[in-house]
Write a protein that binds this ligand. Structure first.
Ligand code: FAD
Length: 324
């Protein structure tokens, strides 16, 4: 089934909130088996779908295909597979799409991809595609309506558009938005955003998308803060804005992992509450293959049952110890 149909049915039916979990392929066989155990527990909470990333530069292609197949057919969760253009001539792209089609997977997140490790700039491979727009066009031309196609959206503009610390210029932001519309017009039916910590800016982005005629659902990508160094690494890589109140809240607790995780759950919960209050009823959780913070946020929001969740989740710290 296509994820977009589940999201639309929820919106048009009882208006319930739906959520999803993203995972990445672990490096070892043991890691893969642990991931499936975790996924099995998380799927018991009834996500609308789960997705699996495509390693940078196509480094995990076979493993991603294998995990996607097991997710769809053994874990029995609606699965979305990420697919990038990096190092992928069209034959390899089609092999990946044919494989998931044969395995009953109907959802693809179509991406350009980052440059492979050690390279600064994305380079189009011979016989391959230059950008996600090309990939969306190809999927629609070759596979018709079989796949639901999701694309990436950037509330603060794509990092390539950002020079220095000041964020993207207005022109760069507008051009990024216009390009996003082209991806949707070419056949994408869903947008998942890059992680962000400035919720007002995300809401502005959704509004800006609507103003230029992007009408498909825009799903916020929520990454709970699990540890301080990881948070700095990820936001640095993605050039994500960090509001000053978040820096101020993290600074005094940055060496206390448990406190950082509890703050991450609190912040994630409040972020989602604000988004839901604005009528956006789909949440996408970047789990980084960890279950506790994602489940704790959903439990705080009343979206999953407390009785089904393990007692060791980091949500019990009273919310009033944090100022956000
Ligand atoms: P594109 O949509 O092709 O474009 C990126 C930017 O380039 C655009 O925003 C635009 O500013 C500019 N641009 C490109 N083409 C044009 C054009 N023709 N005209 C005008 N402007 C243009 N990476 C992985 O390697 N594996 C993953 O599994 C993965 N999953 C991701 C999931 C999500 C939800 C997100 C947000 C990102 C993910 N990424 C992943 C990272 C992604 O591959 C990078 O951000 C990459 O640099 C851009 O991919 P894209 O699909 O957004 O590119």
């Amino acid at each position: 089934m296509k994820v977009i149909d589940t999201i639309r049915a929820a919106a048009e039916g009882d208006g319930r909130t739906v959520f999803s979990f993203e995972f990445f392929p672990p490096k070892t066989e043991e890691g893969v088996e642990n991931l499936f155990e975790r996924m099995d527990r998380m799927v018991a909470h009834n996500p609308a779908f789960c997705d699996i990333t495509w390693g940078a530069g196509g480094s995990t292609a076979d493993l991603t295909l294998d995990i996607a197949n097991r997710m769809q057919n053994m874990i029995c969760v609606e699965t979305m597979m990420h697919l990038t253009c990096t190092n992928m001539p069209v034959e390899k792209i089609d092999h990946a799409l044919d494989t998931i089609k044969a395995n009953g997977i109907q959802n693809v997140l179509a991406l350009r991809g980052d440059p492979p490790h050690g390279q600064d700039k994305f380079v189009q491979v011979a016989g391959g595609f230059a950008c996600a727009l090309d990939l969306v066009q190809h999927i629609r031309a070759k596979y018709g309506d079989y796949f639901g196609i999701t694309v990436a959206g950037y509330p603060e503009a794509h990092p390539d558009m950002i020079q220095g610390d000041g964020g993207a210029t207005l022109d760069a932001y507008d051009s990024d938005l216009a390009y996003l519309k082209r991806k949707v017009d070419a056949g994408a039916d869903l947008i998942i955003t890059q992680l962000f910590y400035d919720t007002d800016n995300f809401l502005k982005f959704v509004n800006d998308c609507r103003q230029i005629g992007i009408n498909c659902p825009i799903v916020p990508g929520i990454m709970p803060i699990n540890n301080y160094k990881g948070f700095l690494r990820m936001t640095g890589f993605c050039k994500t804005k960090i509001p000053s109140e978040i820096t101020a809240a993290l600074e005094p607790i940055k060496d206390n992992e448990e406190a950082v995780r509890a703050y991450g759950v609190h912040l994630g919960t409040e972020t989602c509450r604000k988004i839901l209050a604005h009528g956006i009823k789909t949440l996408h959780l970047y789990t980084l293959n960890m279950e506790k913070s994602a489940l704790a946020i959903l439990m705080n929001l009343g979206l999953i049952e407390e009785s089904k969740v393990s007692r060791s989740l980091p949500w019990r710290r009273p919310a009033n110890v944090f100022r956000v």
